[in-house]
Structure formats: C-alpha cells, structure tokens
Design a protein around this ligand. Structure first.
Ligand code: PLP
Length: 695
C-alpha cells in the first residue's frame, strides 16, 4: 500500500483483485489455447465462453455479435470499417447513402480520426460533420435533426471521458427514427460500462465498443457489440478466431480478467450504488469549494456520471493544480489524459462554449464504482492540504498575510520573464519588466505579502506599466513621477560605479538598484542590484544585472564574472547567465536514483535541492529523500540562490523534482554558471520506490 490516492479512473483504473487472480489462473493453470480441441484447450475455452455469456447477458446483446478485441480503439476501427465498407457497396450498387459522417463534437479522438482514415482509404470522400453540443455538453438534437437526412453514419458516445456527461441516447434514437434516416449508428460505450444500464439489442445502436481498462480490467482487452443484421467486416483476418470476426489467438489473461469484472457487475455485490457514488462526488465537491475559493465545475452534476468531476480555479493554470495535487500524491489529470503534458485547452470544454480559462485550466478528478469511504475521506483531507499550500504561496487569496519573501523572484520561467526584487524587512519591492500575463500574479503576490511597490521599471522605453499600476492600487508608491522607463525622477543621483561613472539609484533595504544606460541612443537600459559601500557600488558587490538583451559590453567595467545576468527575454530557458558561460556537460549532470545513497555518503556536504514550486513543496507528503532534509529552491528563485552558491565554497548540489525535467534545467544552469558539481536526480521523485502509508 502507498500514500497515493488515485483519482484518474477515466484514464485507466486499477485492476480488481479478482481480475488479477483470474488472469493469473488463465496464465498459470488454464494456459491452453481455446482453439485446441484437447482437454487443456477446452479448459481455456470455458473462460472464453463464460466471459462472453456474462457480457451478453449484462449488455443485452440478444442475437447480436459480441467479440473480444484489444480495446475500444480497435472496436471503433472495426465499427467504422464495417459501416464504411457497407456504405461503399451500397453506393456502388446505386443506392443513395447520404453525404455526411456525423460525429459528436466531444467524441474521443479515436472516432473522428478513424472516420477520416477509413473514409480516405476506402475512397468514399464523404464529409466529416461535427455535431455540436450545448453548454451542458449534451448533443444538440435540433442540429442532429437537420443533418440526419444526409447522414451516412452517426457516432455519439454514451458518456464523455472528460466530463462524464451522459448522452440522451433515447433522444438521439428518436431523431434518427423521425428523420427516417438509414444512417448506421455507433455509440462509444467505454465510459458507460458498469455505470449506466445498457440493453443494446432493444435499441437501434449498430456498433458499441468497450474497453476493459476503464473498469478494473487490464489494458489491452476490449469488446465490440454489433447489432444483429448490421453490416460487419473483420478488421483482422487470419486463423478464424472469434468465429472469424477477429483473428489472432485470444488474449486469455485479459478475457479472464474482464470476465471476473463482468461477473462482479452481474452479481451486484462488488460495486457502489449510484446514490453512494453521488454522495462521494458531493463530498469531493464540498472539499474543493472549501479549499479552492472560486472553484467552478465544468460539468453539470445532474447530467453527468457521479464518478467524474471537472473543475477550474480562477487564477490557477491546470499545470499548477496538477503539480500541487501530484505533490500531495493525489493523481488527477489536466482536461484529458492525452493532452496533460501539453496542458492545451480541452476541445471537449471548448465545444461546450466555456471560456478559455476554464478550458485551459481544467482538472478532471475521476473515481470508479469501487471507490471506498476511506479513500474519499483521505482525498478530501489532501484537497484541504493543497488549498493550504496554495494559500501559503499566495496563489489563491488568503485572509492572513503570508510570510514575506526576500531576494529575487523570477516570474514566468518559459520564454519571457518579469523579475521582482523583494526586501522583506521593509516590506517593499521593485518590479522589473512586468509582462501583461504576469499582472494578476504580481498583484496577488504583492497583496498577499503586503508589499509596497517602490517602482516598476523596464529595460526598454514605453513598456506598458499602466495595467499593473492600476491593479496594485494602494500597494504602488505613486508619489514620484517617472520617465518612460518607469524610473522615478526623484531617484537619488550620484552613486559611483566601479568605472567611476555616476548612476541614479533606488534604495531597497540594504541594497540599491542602479540604472545604467546601454546601447546607442540610450534606448536600452540595464539595472544593477548590489549592496553599496557608502556612495560607491564596487563591481564585486553587484550580484545581479537585468537587461532585455545581452549587454556584457556595457556591464564589463561595472560588474564581475560572478555577476548574474538576468534576462527578461529567456527563450532558451537559461534563468540567468554569466558574462563568460561555461560549457554544459549534460550527461555527467545526471545522477541515477540507485547511485544517490552512495553519492551522499561520499559527499557528506552535498545539498539536496527540491526545485518544485513552493506550493508543491508545502503540499508534499513524501518523507525526506534519502533521509535528508531538502532545501526548497523553486526555479523562480534559482537566480537568487545560484548567486549565493557561486560565491560560497562549492559543495555538490543535487537537484530533484517530480520527473527530473526541472531539476535538469537547474543543474545545467548552475554548470553554465561555473558550478561543476551540480547534478539532477534522473527520473525524479516519480521513480522513487513506493512510500509506506503514513500513520
Ligand atoms: N473512447 C473513450 C470515451 C475513451 O475514454 C477511450 C480511452 O481513453 C477510448 C475510446 C479508447 O479506448 P482504448 O484505450 O481501449 O483504446
């Protein structure tokens, strides 16, 4: 048992213990080939026959076909191929077949992709037509009524994988009947299995694909129902298994496991009732409302399966929510599983007409009908933990003022960035090159830590500052007039730099920010941050220099090789550089998990550095890595700490994060800066051995 709480059942589910036992039995005791006529084969064949008979009863297959296959993608393929081959034959025979392949706008990608593929391969040249859904995610039946007379095939799902929204199959069937269309009808039943009552042969549904791994069976096993009399063409030809409908020796372990799940469903003694599942959803929703102020649910609960919640939180990206949940060992997904690494807006939520922030910021939390009381209670506690971590990190509003940070903060680490120089003692800060995208984040950060913003300066003239000034309200020091760079006209003049030149500066606690004119015509400015000695700012005291473009030439005489250059355009994701960067040795910077303990023993002074964001660090429930306390230095604070590490005696630094991706960037950055003993823990925390369940 681990601390993990798995709430991503619509992507795939755990495997039912009885299903694992059945698979082991099929591989161990009853390993025969069900096509063999000897006793060993016959023992295996019983598994196949029993599973099929059980499925046929449960789904109301009647006289229709029910074949086992590898999963829903194959089932969809077979259904589309069967329908399109028949349509081509009918058209070749001179029949009118319609001109449209109609599919719901929220279908799984397997549906439109298969339609387009087979339409092209078979040379049918029918037009693909997306059927709209309403704000509730339910198909627009009026739109269906309009296109049904021209439809050759109609594809709709029984329940959606991202939202759990249940289709009005009775309504669709009525429209198909009223419009007198001969269209073939496929219903993707993947998310409905075990959650909705199905009696397929009493409907006009021609094809219904199913997938085992969405309901407690393993991956790689599925089923396809084909109505008696509906056209059928095998996708795979060969030895004639599955009555010639799907050749290839059967996946007996998978079939045995799926059979065990189906028989549990039929017995009705294993899975939760609808009412119990609705109560679980209500508890999770209440916890989300309490922990994440302003949370909105993207799926209408009254029209959706009780096992799926889909939500967004104002001001938070799905990436941030995913990360904080993952740190708390709660597995959820961003929109749909396929797009979670990209965190692209969800096409399902877009089709429902939701605003971009809700579609791009969506999180799906899904559980299965096996969910238990203890897991839901634990999930609610973890949701509260995530809310607290986000509040403490100023990502969501909090009634209490957070502990102020000190030093340098980099916002938006991909591509372009804004910087904040923070002084905790005086609760004041300076913002450098704020980007419009960062206005809301800077504003909530400033309010939450109750800072006074002394100045908002930019490295190029006429950069927009008005939006941020407006947003900051009383937190911005409006007393001083500023030039077109936002530089206060009353900034103290007369600070002497290393090369003897004078500069204007703003005081921030013990430090100063000095303004340096660079480039021809003074169009570019750089800012130096350091601790002055009286009225001078020696080069060795300049820790950071900020500029939009490389300005080494201009800084040469006023800073040192250890001054970190903080770019406000960071296309290459370097965070910060030095005037003469060192080469990176990427391969050598990877530290394997298995070598970590020995490495730490050999280097007792090594520091373990967790580069996940503060809210992930705060939400984490994993005990310390290798029994050591790690330092929390998110990438947004890397420049600040890098400056200190480079100036101190160099001790090995072992960066880690969830996957090894962010820690690799940190290690490469430090190596470029000249710290040769920076390492990244490859594979990250995700590949660490499972943790024992906390008491
Ligand atoms: N249809 C729906 C609604 C799904 O959720 C999925 C899986 O994500 C599929 C089809 C594809 O299923 P399989 O993974 O079995 O190919």
């Amino acid at each position: 048992m681990t601390t993990e709480i798995y709430l991503d059942s619509n992507a795939t589910s755990v495997v039912l213990p009885a299903a694992i036992a059945a698979a082991i039995d099929a591989m161990g005791q009853r390993y025969g080939n069900p096509s063999s006529t000897h006793a060993t084969g016959l023992k295996a064949k019983v598994i196949l026959d029993d599973a099929r008979a059980c499925a046929a009863r449960l789904l109301g297959v009647g006289q229709g076909r029910l074949m086992f296959n590898s999963g829903a993608t194959e089932g969809i393929q077979t259904a589309v191929l069967s329908a399109l081959v028949a349509l081509r034959e009918r058209r070749d025979a001179g029949e009118a077949i319609g001109s449209l392949l109609v599919y719901g706008a929220t279908e799984h990608k397997a549906v439109p992709e298969s339609l387009a593929h087979w339409n092209r391969l078979l040379g049918l040249n029918l037009a693909l037509h997306k059927l709209p859904v309403g704000h509730d995610g339910v198909h627009d039946l009026a739109a269906l009524r309009e296109v049904a007379p021209q439809a050759a095939m109609v594809c709709t799902m029984a329940a959606n994988n991202e939202t759990g929204v249940v289709s009005d199959l009775i309504g669709i069937e009525a429209v198909l009947a009223q419009t007198n269309t001969a269209a073939l009808w496929m219903v993707d039943c993947v998310q409905a299995l075990g959650k909705l009552k199905l009696d397929l042969s009493s409907t006009r549904i021609d094809y219904a694909p199913f997938s085992g791994h969405k309901l407690y069976a393993p991956k790689g096993i599925g089923m396809l129902y084909v109505r008696a009399g509906a056209p059928f063409t095998p996708l795979i030809m060969g030895g004639g298994q599955e009555s010639g409908q799907r050749s290839g020796t059967e996946n007996m372990a998978g079939i045995a496991a799926l059979g065990a799940v189906l028989s549990a469903l039929e017995r009705g003694d294993t899975f939760r009732t609808q009412a119990e599942l609705c109560a679980f959803r209500a508890r999770l929703a209440d916890s989300l409302r309490a922990a994440l102020p302003g949370v909105v649910f993207n799926n209408p609960f009254d029209k959706a399966l009780p096992t799926t919640l889909n939500f967004a939180v104002p001001g938070l990206s799905s990436r941030e929510l995913m990360d904080v949940f993952d740190a708390a060992e709660v597995r959820v997904s961003a929109g749909s599983a396929c797009s979670s690494s990209k965190a692209a807006p969800s096409y399902v939520l877009d089709a429902m007409g939701l605003p971009l922030w809700r579609s791009a910021g969506a999180i799906r939390m899904s559980f299965g009908p096996l969910a238990d009381e203890a897991t839901i209670a634990a999930a609610c506690a973890r949701i509260e933990r995530c809310g607290a971590a986000l509040r403490a990190s100023c990502l969501i509003p909090s009634e209490r003022t957070a502990v102020p940070h000190d030093g340098l903060l980099q916002l938006g680490v991909e591509g372009a960035c804004s910087w904040m120089v923070l002084d905790a003692a005086s609760r004041s800060c300076i913002v450098i090159d704020p980007l419009p995208d960062h206005v809301a984040r800077i504003e909530s950060y400033v309010r939450c830590q109750n800072y006074q913003v002394q100045a908002i300066v930019s490295t190029l003239p006429n950069a927009g500052r008005a939006m941020l000034i407006e947003a900051l309200g009383r937190h911005f020091n409006r007393h001083a007039d500023a030039d077109e760079y936002g530089w206060p006209l009353n900034a103290a003049a007369g600070l002497v730099l290393e090369n003897g030149s004078g500069a204007a500066s703003i005081k921030l606690g013990q430090q100063v920010l000095a303004c340096v004119h660079c480039g021809t015509g003074d169009e570019l400015r750089a800012y130096l941050l350091g601790t002055p000695q009286g009225a001078t700012l020696p080069a060795a005291s300049v820790r950071f220099a900020f500029s939009a473009h490389p300005v080494q030439q201009a800084l040469h005489a006023v800073s040192t090789a250890q001054t970190l250059l903080c770019p406000t355009r960071d296309e290459h994701n370097q965070f910060c550089t030095v005037a003469a960067p060192q080469a990176t040795l990427a391969a050598d910077a990877q530290l394997d998990r298995s070598a970590l303990d020995a490495f730490l023993q050999a280097h007792p002074n090594a520091r373990l550095v967790d580069v996940r964001e503060p809210y992930e660090f705060a939400a984490a429930i994993a005990p310390a890595l290798a029994g050591r306390v790690a330092l929390s230095v998110p990438l947004s604070r890397l420049a600040e700490h890098a400056s200190g590490w480079l100036r101190a005696e160099q001790a090995p630094l072992v960066f880690f994060c969830r996957s090894g991706n962010r820690s690799m960037k940190a290690a490469q950055c430090l190596r470029r800066l000249g710290h040769q003993q920076a390492y990244s823990l490859s594979g990250g925390l995700a590949l660490a051995p499972p943790l024992p369940l906390a008491a």
